[in-house]
Write a protein that binds this ligand. Sequence first.
Ligand code: SF4
Length: 66
Amino acid sequence: MALKIEVDFDRCESNAVCMQVAPKYFEVRDDDFLYILQEEVDAGDEAAAQEAVDRCPKQAISLVES
Ligand code: SF4
């Protein structure tokens, strides 16, 4: 079963912590908004995705089983 990344954009403050942890999946662009580059978590990237969840200071990221 694959994991899918969800972000509550109402909570996100675009501080790019998730981008530092998992740049394959998260990018804060020059417009100061966070973009999810890929929603489905690839095999082997689960720990990095979970670290992004754990380190987000706004608790804005969720991993859901899809
Ligand atoms: S770490 Fe959380 S608050 Fe920061 S950009 Fe990522 S989702 Fe938004």
